[in-house]
Design a protein around this ligand. Structure first.
Ligand code: DOR
Ligand code: ZN
Length: 349
């Protein structure tokens, strides 16, 4: 029998709907890794200090543009960091002038640099109402911060305690539940017909919590939300390869230098920008769903955000195991690249 498995794949150029680019030397070091394959990315605002106002977003966007490799046409899609003092008029201005694509909600204390996030959801009600009126999406880090809730339950509890009430009070608000890690989140998004989508990261399609903890602790797999049991990873893969328009790629590629990962209290974040497309092709191939990869990386995201898919294409080619650097150097030390734990055979031509 002839082997009919494809060895080449042409996709619309992908976008990353959740990315951390940082600033300064780190920005210059990691930006080329995304700009190489991706046309656009939703850029997270959790700098120190955070990107709160439209003025902050313009300045950060300019620093990103200045850090781009010569000739790159990569477009950063900016986000505003929602605080209890955010001004609805400034958000509307950022949206109207094309400065910001979305607003990011971090529950205060949920993750890296989230201290200025939201404690009392009633205090951001006016902003959320305005966003619903103007059709501007809200990206949510969906974990409760209640110390009494087990870290593996924080996403599922967030859906019940926070997301359902937000959606009930404001059903017209367009929401992206970011980096979903549980079957509970997948089911909730799937059961919601309107105004709700979810991003899924590359690493959560590949690792479960055993990868972090069994046989030794692996800090480079530690991120937030933390990876859950295998049944949840399987649910994420099913959602990603389903072609369902509500699920799309947000890598949450989140670089930290090795010294900051490998300390007594290590930072959360997986840096997957350099090899994400190779990892995803492998995941979709194993699932027998390579034909759905384009929907996940290149079509569903633009559809939710009301943007055209990219006109250009990229080509993935299957062959001998792909080599990629294990680290990206920065002035403050190396950043370790995500290790999927298996060989990758698909490379971007
Ligand atoms: O693992 C994570 N790292 N999760 C987040 O939510 C934030 C991110 C970061 O900024 O490092
Ligand atoms: Zn993130």
């Amino acid at each position: 029998m002839p082997d009919t498995a494809p060895t080449e794949l042409t996709l619309r150029r992908p976008d990353d709907w959740h990315l951390h680019l940082r600033d300064g030397d780190m920005l210059r070091a990691v930006l080329p890794e995304t700009a190489r394959h991706f046309a656009r990315a939703i850029v997270m605002p959790n700098l120190v200090p955070p990107v709160v106002t439209s003025t902050d977003a313009v300045a950060y966007r300019d620093r990103i543009r200045a850090a781009l490799p010569e000739g790159s046409d990569f477009t950063p899609l900016m986000t505003l960091y929602l605080t209890e003092d955010t001004d609805p008029d400034d958000v509307e201005r950022a949206h109207a002038e094309g400065i910001a694509t979305a607003v990011k909600l971090y529950p205060a204390g949920a993750t890296t640099n989230s201290a200025s996030g939201v404690r009392d959801f009633d205090r951001v009600r006016r902003v959320l109402d305005r966003m619903a009126q103007i059709g501007m999406p809200l990206c949510i880090h969906g974990e409760v911060t209640d110390a009494s809730v087990d870290i593996f339950d924080r996403e599922a509890v967030f859906i019940d305690r926070m997301l359902k009430p937000i959606r009930k009070k404001n059903p017209d608000l367009r929401i992206v539940l970011e980096h979903v890690t549980t079957e509970d989140a997948v089911d909730y998004v799937r059961d919601t017909p309107k105004n709700l989508a979810a991003t899924i990261t590359t690493h959560h399609l590949i690792i479960n919590r055993n990868h972090i903890l069994a046989g030794g602790i692996r800090p480079h797999y530690y991120c937030l939300p933390v990876a859950k049991r295998e049944k949840h990873r399987v649910a994420l893969v099913q959602a990603a390869v389903s072609g369902d328009r509500r699920f799309f790629l947000g890598t949450d590629s989140a670089p930290h230098t090795d010294p900051r990962k490998l300390q007594e209290c290590g930072c959360a974040g997986v840096f997957s920008a350099p090899n994400t497309m190779s990892c995803l092709a492998e995941v979709f191939e194993v699932a027998g769903k390579l034909n759905k990869l384009e929907a996940f990386t290149s079509l569903n995201g633009p559809a939710f955000y009301g943007l055209e898919p990219n006109a250009q294409t990229i080509r993935l080619i299957k062959g001998d195991p792909v080599t990629y650097p294990s680290h990206v150097p920065t002035e403050d030390g190396p950043v370790t690249v995500f290790d999927p734990g298996f060989p990758l055979h698909w490379r971007v031509a």
